[in-house]
Design a binder for this molecule. Structure first.
Ligand SMILES: [Zn+2]
Ligand SMILES: [Zn+2]
Length: 70
């Protein structure tokens, strides 16, 4: 029987994370649910690249959205 690497629960059908290659129960199989170390590095790079140009754009183009958020 496999054990969840996050909560330690014994799981008949453990899921294996393709990012960190550890085994998890159904509740923790998703990277965001087990603080996946494998996906973090890639996520940070993608997020930074995606957010920075978007923010600049939104201040120029979507002035209505800024009012709504405030
Ligand atoms: Zn678990
Ligand atoms: Zn993982």
């Amino acid at each position: 029987m496999a054990k969840c690497s996050f909560c330690g629960k014994e799981e008949m059908m453990a899921y294996r994370c393709s990012y960190c290659e550890k085994q998890f129960c159904a509740a923790h199989r998703l990277p965001e649910n087990h603080e996946c170390t494998g996906v973090e590095a890639g996520k940070k790079i993608v997020k930074k690249k995606a957010i920075e140009p978007d923010k600049k754009k939104s201040t120029f183009t979507y002035s209505n959205e800024d009012d709504f958020i405030d």
